[in-house]
Design a protein around this ligand. Structure first.
Ligand SMILES: Cc1cc2nc3c(=O)[nH]c(=O)nc-3n(C[C@H](O)[C@H](O)[C@H](O)COP(=O)(O)O)c2cc1C
Length: 479
């Protein structure tokens, strides 16, 4: 095999990273639009296999998914997936989506291939027709699909991998192995585990096909909320870490919990303090580029970040509401209208996410969102975690699944309280809600604390494009 390229300084570091936003908010359209502007566009690879099969069941308008699937190099996979999921005229309005088998520590080759394919498609489309940089974002905690996701993104030539929500210590080494098409593995987190039998997730490209060319090893950026974690990763990761995104507690999506014992405000939101402030002097000492994330959506913030030694900023919220974002247009418009009227609130909910991390929820007066009245169903399962049963068997559970099921698996009642099904809520956000007997799954939108700053862009005509966000951040006219 030839051509194992290192992505060494192929381009100067971008000033702006459009942050990965799952599920499907930072889709290929958004990442491509950003990338074409010379900045780093990032697709979300989280649950993207479910997004792929739902797009196919909706008839793949425009044929984009099928165009990318034709370029997928592993023989036979695209044909099989099309035969199983593609509906040329789309689903009937009352027909639920067919779902994929939920992930487990070990899944069939066919199931792995759908994940590889879905990540390939998203990155391939984001890179189509230009030579800008494209990254993929994955959550460390959503462990089970990650190796297949990384391989799929790499088959499409992804330039950067960005991962937080956990400690991605083993990912750099996995990227090195996958670039050579060698088997990669990650230690699975198992509750009630006996150390005697650690479980490893593994992915072996040679079981899928016989490649002829080595892949480019993407740059790896770890998303961190503490300089101590950055220092540990720089020293102890299994391979090269190329930089960091330093994310603060005002950022959209999941936030790191405050350090120390959890203290809540009178509204029940986590309180952050001095100990949660990242020491940028220590970040600079690491000698690796870093970007600041969380409330950095103005030209002044970009300038300030650079003055403090950052290469630039990572921004999510402003991009989540732009024309190219994957958020369903109706929901986007409703939130923008809500912000214009002063009828929105961002709540940092310490309980909503089954991961246990604080998660920011957008509340718009009069707009339906998932709440405690949802009849619990667990059919996507990306946030299930592994545990050992009393007989030593490996099983999976999620505190947002039906309460009695969770309790039967040895889970604690208090862990189920206030939990939301992020898998179904976030999939509803992008216009792909599952149909149930009592109606459609409701959305659950997340954004950063500075949601109101979208009005700087949206006030004139009620909407804006990704190029305008970039111009706004760089303090220049949109091109
Ligand atoms: C809708 C939305 C979804 C997000 N999803 C993810 C995600 O899946 N993975 C991740 O690492 N960060 C996620 N984030 C965080 C962004 O990548 C980014 O770091 C953050 O939005 C920056 O702060 P800002 O919201 O103030 O712009 C999300 C943010 C938003 C607004």
């Amino acid at each position: 095999m030839t051509d194992n390229l290192e992505r060494e300084d192929v381009a100067p570091h971008p000033a702006i990273i459009q942050g990965g936003m799952g599920i499907g908010v930072s889709n290929w359209r958004l990442a491509r639009a950003v990338s074409r502007q010379g900045q780093l566009g990032v697709v979300s690879g989280t649950s993207i296999d479910t997004v792929l099969v739902r797009r196919l069941q909706d008839g793949d308008p425009g044929g984009h998914v099928r165009r990318a699937m034709e370029r997928f190099p592993i023989p036979g996979v695209s044909k099989r997936v099309l035969e199983r999921y593609f509906l040329p005229c789309g689903r009937r309005a009352d027909q639920p989506y067919a779902v994929l088998p939920m992930y487990r520590a070990s899944v069939s080759l066919a199931r792995q291939q759908i994940t590889v394919l879905a990540n390939f498609v998203e990155v391939w489309l984001a890179k189509e027709g230009h030579d800008g940089l494209v990254g993929v974002n994955l959550l460390t905690k959503v462990q089970m699909p990650n190796l297949a996701s990384l391989y799929g993104a790499m088959l499409a030539g992804v330039d950067h991998v960005l991962m937080g929500a956990g400690i991605p210590r083993e990912i750099p080494g996995a990227l090195d192995a996958l670039a050579r098409h060698e088997p990669a593995s990650l230690k699975l987190d198992v509750e009630n585990a006996t150390d005697a039998a650690p479980v490893f997730l593994s992915f072996d490209p040679s079981k899928h096909w016989q490649p002829t060319r080595l892949l480019t090893r993407p740059r790896f950026l770890a998303i961190v909320s503490a300089h101590t974690l950055a220092a540990t990763l720089a020293r102890k990761a299994t391979g090269r870490v190329d930089g960091f995104v330093v994310e603060g507690p005002t950022a959209g999506g999941h936030n790191a919990p405050p350090r120390g014992e959890l203290q809540l405000s009178s509204d029940g939101e986590p309180l952050y303090g001095e100990r949660d402030v990242v020491d940028l002097e220590k970040m600079r000492e690491l000698g690796l580029p870093f970007w600041l994330a969380g409330g950095t959506g103005t030209a002044d913030s970009v300038k300030a970040a650079r003055a403090r030694g950052a290469a630039g900023v990572q921004v999510g919220t402003l991009f989540a509401y732009c024309d190219e974002s994957g958020l369903a247009p109706k929901l986007r418009a409703e939130v923008i209208a809500g912000v214009a009227k002063g009828a929105t609130r961002i709540r940092t909910d310490p309980r909503a996410s089954p991961t246990g991390y604080p998660f920011k929820v957008v509340e718009v007066e009069g707009m339906a969102r998932q709440d405690d009245t949802r009849v619990r169903v667990c059919d996507l399962g990306y946030l299930r975690t592994a545990y050992r049963t009393s007989t030593g068997r490996l099983d999976y559970r999620c505190p947002a699944e039906p309460v009695e099921t969770y309790l039967a698996k040895g889970g604690r009642l208090e862990d189920t309280i206030g939990r939301r099904c992020l898998c179904n809520g976030l999939t509803a956000n992008i216009g792909l809600p599952q149909r149930r007997s009592d109606g459609e799954e409701l959305p659950l939108i997340t954004s950063g604390d500075e949601l109101s700053s979208i009005m700087q862009l949206a006030s004139a005509r009620g909407s804006y494009g990704a190029a305008e966000v970039i111009a706004h951040l760089l303090g220049r006219a949109a091109s």
